[in-house]
Design a protein around this ligand. Structure first.
Ligand SMILES: O=C(O)C1=C[C@@H](OP(=O)(O)O)[C@@H](O)[C@H](O)C1
Ligand SMILES: C=C(OP(=O)(O)O)C(=O)O
Length: 426
């Protein structure tokens, strides 16, 4: 595979862009469609590797899928009973690895799970332990990772369960999403010292309520889901605000102006925090009905930041790239769990920013970034879409930068390289 010459710009980047639908919303809607008591319709779903894997997963559990010719409308009809005897390919999608097993447990028989080599080191053990507490038999290889097999019996008792979700909020979301279909519903307690990505758990509660499920957070680390029907949904998927981050960052690092169309006025997406983060770097932002506009400040005026990214860990690679281009040092905190993402993102960022000459050091829960004159390099992406997007932001400011396997952005944004080039070259 040849590396991609990332476009650089010595002029401010100007443009208006649209990004594809939210991964987190699309995959929650697809999963709920499998549990629903009637058909669901998604408009503007994200069509990317992660969501096609989820679509395939629910199809193999018996959901019938109709896709419009332009793929802008997916209609899903759930089966009367979920089908077992199938294998689920999780790829590298955390949402498929974590959200599908509790649903598979409702099928009557075996459902096997596996994924990419990189997925076989992503944590899932605490979720499997939680499912075992609910009476579900799961065979794994004793490492708490893929591959594993869920032995469903057609129903799940449910009730009380304790899970340490400090490695991923997705363990909590996974149980909540299926909880209404458990005979006794669910009372879930998180036992770990910290809990990342809480906005994603709140998003889960919100989509459950949209589907008519009674679900609530009782205290900081306790949630309840009542047993009851999940109703089919008819929804339009919001644009993915985390995917939007590198495009908006292009305005901040070049002193340009980028408008992200259809940025929602209200949202459950944690990625919305990128707006406030860019303001801390010194950018100006303005929301109108058309979208969100980010302006400047440009490299010369880009301030270093001290940020706790615990709630929005998925923004870290792009934030780190912007920080590497700032005038002063930055500290990014609260993201120890990124070591279990698509790759060990803290190690990967240390290696790649370091490769360009940036001062960077890992801390126990994040990164300390000390900008220095940067040199071009061939940046590695570790099968991580957000490492590729972070590399593109760096490439804007450092002519000669190349990105290995930029196609890895297909996980959440097929066509990223073309959209990026259009934006940069106007
Ligand atoms: O529930 C979700 O859709 C997600 C939750 C978060 O996971 P972690 O809590 O594992 O960081 C986030 O980083 C991921 O991109 C998507
Ligand atoms: C952590 C991420 O993805 P996943 O859903 O695979 O966990 C991400 O998209 O940044």
């Amino acid at each position: 595979m040849t590396a991609w010459p990332a476009p650089a710009s010595d002029r401010p980047v100007h443009g208006a862009v649209t990004v594809p639908g939210s991964k987190s919303l699309t995959n929650r809607y697809l999963l709920l469609a499998a549990l629903a008591d009637g058909p669901s319709t998604l408009r503007g779903p994200l069509v990317s590797r992660d969501t096609l894997l989820m679509l395939q997963a629910v199809q193999s559990l018996g959901v019938q899928v109709e896709r419009s010719a332009d793929d802008d409308r997916w209609t899903l009809t759930p089966p009367a009973t979920l089908r077992a005897g199938t294998r689920i390919d999780c790829g590298l999608a955390g949402t498929v690895i974590r959200f599908v097993p509790p649903v598979a447990a409702l099928a009557d028989g075996e459902v096997a799970f596996d994924g990419d080599a990189e997925a076989r080191v992503r944590p899932v053990g605490p979720l499997l332990e939680g499912l075992r507490q609910l009476g579900i038999r799961i065979e794994d290889e004793g490492r708490g990772t893929l591959p594993f097999t869920v032995h469903g019996t057609g129903s799940v008792r449910g009730g009380e369960v304790q899970v340490d979700a400090s490695a991923s909020s997705q363990f909590v979301s996974a149980l909540l999403l299926a909880g209404a279909r458990f005979t006794e519903g669910l009372l879930l307690r998180h036992t770990g010292a910290s809990l990342p990505s809480v906005p994603h758990i709140d998003m889960t509660l919100q989509v459950l309520r949209e589907a008519g499920v009674r679900a609530a957070r009782l205290s900081e680390a306790t949630w309840v889901v009542d047993h009851g029907p999940v109703h089919g949904l008819s929804v339009r998927v919001e644009p993915d605000l985390s995917t939007a981050a590198p495009l908006l960052a292009a305005a901040a690092v070049t002193g340009g102006q980028v408008m992200l169309r259809h940025w929602p006025e209200e949202t459950t997406q944690g990625g919305a925090a990128f707006r406030v983060i860019l303001e801390q770097f010194g950018a100006r932002t303005e929301w109108t009905e058309e979208g969100l506009t980010v302006e400047g400040p440009g490299r010369d005026a880009l301030r270093g930041v001290d940020l706790d990214l615990h709630e929005v860990g998925e923004l870290t690679p792009v934030v780190a790239a912007v920080a590497a281009l700032a005038q002063g040092p930055s500290v990014l905190r609260g993201v120890a769990h990124l070591r279990g993402h698509e790759t060990d993102r803290l190690a990967a960022l240390e290696a790649e920013l370091g490769r360009m000459g940036c001062g960077v050091e890992q801390t126990p829960d994040g990164l300390r970034i000390t900008p220095a004159p940067l040199r071009p390099a061939v940046l590695q992406t570790y099968h991580d879409h957000r490492m590729a997007q972070a590399a593109a932001v760096l490439g804007l400011a450092v002519p000669g930068t190349e990105i290995e396997n930029v196609e890895t952005t297909d996980k959440t944004f097929p066509g990223f390289a073309a959209a990026w080039t259009d934006l940069v070259h106007g």
